[in-house]
Design a protein around this ligand. Sequence first.
Ligand code: ZN
Length: 884
Amino acid sequence: MEQKQSIEQFKGQARLPNFAIPKRYDLHLKLDLSACTFSGTVQINVSIVEETKFLVLNALELDVHQVWFTNSHGQKYHPCDVVLDGDDEVLVLVFDKALGIGEGVLGVDFSAVLNAHLVGLYKCAYMDGEEKKNMAVTQFEAVDARRCFPCWDEPALKARFKITLDVPSELTALSNMPIINEKCDGDVKTVSFEESPIMSTYLVAVVVGLFDHIEDTTSDGVKVRAYCPVGKSDKGEFALNVAVKTLDLFSKYFSTPYSLPKLDMVAVPEFSGGAMENYGLITYRETELLFDPLHSTAARKQRMAIVVSHEVAHQWFGNLVTMEWWTDLWLNEGFATWISYMATDILFPEWKVWSQFLQYTTGGLIMDALEQSHPIQVEVHHARSVLEIFDAISYEKGSAVIRMLQAYLGDDIFQKSLSSYIKRYSEKNAKTEDLWSVLSEESGLKISEMMDDWTKKQGYPVISVTAKDHILEFEQTQFLSAGLLSEGKWIVPVTISLGSYERRKNFLLETKSSEVDISDLVDTSDTNLKNKETCDEQLWVKVNIEQSGFYRVKYEDKLAARLRKAIEHNSLEATDKFGILDDAYALCEACEQSLSSLLSLMDVYRKEADYIVLSKLIDVCYNIVKVSTEAIPDSVNELKQFCINLLMFPSGKLGWEPVPGESHFSTLLRAEVLQALVTFGHDKTQNEALDRFQKLLNDRNTPLLTADTRAAAYIAMMRNAGSSHKEGFESLLNVYREAGTVQEKERILRYFASSPDPDTVVDVLNFFLSDEVRDQDIIFALPGISLECRETAWKWTKENWELILTKYGAGLLLTRFVRDVVTPFCSNEKADEVEEFFASRLHPSIAMTLKQSIEHVRIKARWVQSARQEQSLQELVKELAGKK
Ligand SMILES: [Zn+2]
């Protein structure tokens, strides 16, 4: 009785009890890839720091066979009770006699199944010639090491790992450390790896499969390898090159060398995320590691550089210095993200990735404008729920907030502080507050006072700006897409430009409202400015220069009009033109500005040539078409015509053919402009796209469609595919089936469901669930569902929900069904219907995504209502559509 009560105390706890601490794991795994099972023995050196009758560690879906504990005097104990609790994911060992304080070794024999859900130690299929075979891979972050071996599965409980594997002798076996010994015994080989330095359990990794590899060495002599599918090792060259360069770069930036003797990178055929930074053994989804000059787009190449830099940066930020608990996950993800842009900008300055960082962090601004958002530093009550915080708040807002702080402190202080932080917490764990204290020491400023606002509070401000002569008035309030709140105060580093980028002012907005005198910026000797009219026109005020701060700005009408002039006169940087449009769109969605005013602003971008600005403009076009379908259905075609008009200038300049030596941005832009034009139904572009698609059907290597322009042709094909025109779908299906690269398959999946015909889309959705599409690739396929078929997709999802749940398991992939199928709706009726459907089908892993998706629908519904009230909206749309 007494004992039972004691076991109860371990239930429902967020963290493991701390009376025993692991120091070293000796792990031996024996894999049977044909039976899809494994067995293992782990011997864990532990320090008992408090006398105890219990040892409590994590385990999940493991069969535990034998357990023993040997203390430092050689006395052996066997537990009288072994309890595996599947809900709390713990293994409780109960001993008759208390284990005394001191060192000991805990041994466990166990076995399990190699699962198919891409977590823990899982199986994945690969082709060996014509034969389908199994390989085995681990994915432990966040809390799935416990599915592979019993362990203290918390980031703060770092230990050394000595790993040994029994695997089929023809396969390559990899782990975090280099191989120290390999012994063959018939069909099986035993591979032993060197003992690792101390690290967290979520970073332990094993890969067993068939690969070819290429290698290179950093200037510090670290051997770096890229493991690729057999016969495709040349495709790993680009990633290998980026990894070698970034290892050198980060060693210098942090003044700390890379801490392991080698770094391997592996392209894994089945993988749920993008990449995983396991210490010394980074695993990637194939499309993130394999570069194919013919089939990879410019956008994909850039993303690969960012992803590789991100994972390499984790070897310091995350692996060497680890967050103390998942609450501080953003320390890993926010920093790795921010620094991956820094590194990519250094390696490929021509890509100007900092301007594209804004496109990326918009995701953070969107999510954090929801009532269902959460603070960057978030309480994690149950380890399993940590999966949901690998989201736009940890990555996008996290990295944006870091960039804002870096811009405020300056590069030098920031770099010095980061390198002190890495040195001080090397092989240890840290909290957000630890980083703030290092930054405070180096800068002499009270960093936590300012930053707590951004990391401990949900949301961010919108700053309203009004001008009275030479005084600018600022007032902040919390920005929410469902309507602004009157409360809310942040410490905001505000930057202002006045009429030119030479005339700027910075200040910290620490109160609800504040005034700034800008007389010193107005050069009264400038005769041009004496005239009231030219003065107004030239003295535009842009707040949040280059959008380096994580907040939005709302200008009074007079200032907004001046900015529109400045955009027309091309006086602003691309980042600012991007920011003005992005803020205006968000304010319009929140019903703080009219849709008419947004359309008038869009109209001044007609002569725009810059990639990020146009990319934003296209994004806004897609969204307003979506909302207008409900708000002003009779005017949607005219609205699409207006969108087409806006893109005539860049499309005329870019055409279909890449120009040798053209800029990276031209290549990126051509792809997006053509896709938008076929989506909005521009006849000329659609016909051209269909012609080119026919050429592709006759010759898969036709130069008429490059990797970058193919998507436009695929969309055109599917937009024309319907019940009366089945060949469209079938011909694209053939291209998919014959595609020899993952890049080409990914591209087709993205646009497969873009047909406006419900029957075709049902066929496509059923195809997504077939064996011809790998489970992991569903993330590409779902966002492409056409606006016309959102209802079809929702109906299909409801009908197939049980099947979807079984096939994709309860994890990241399942959340995509919720997000991508639900968010295109714009009415409260639909929001209610979705809520009702999931009321009896709620699963913890989709809870947050579902709430956020429904909130998005209600926000759009509110916007639709508001747009319907706008008096002259339809006349304006007509006028803009006619203005060529
Ligand atoms: Zn990461």
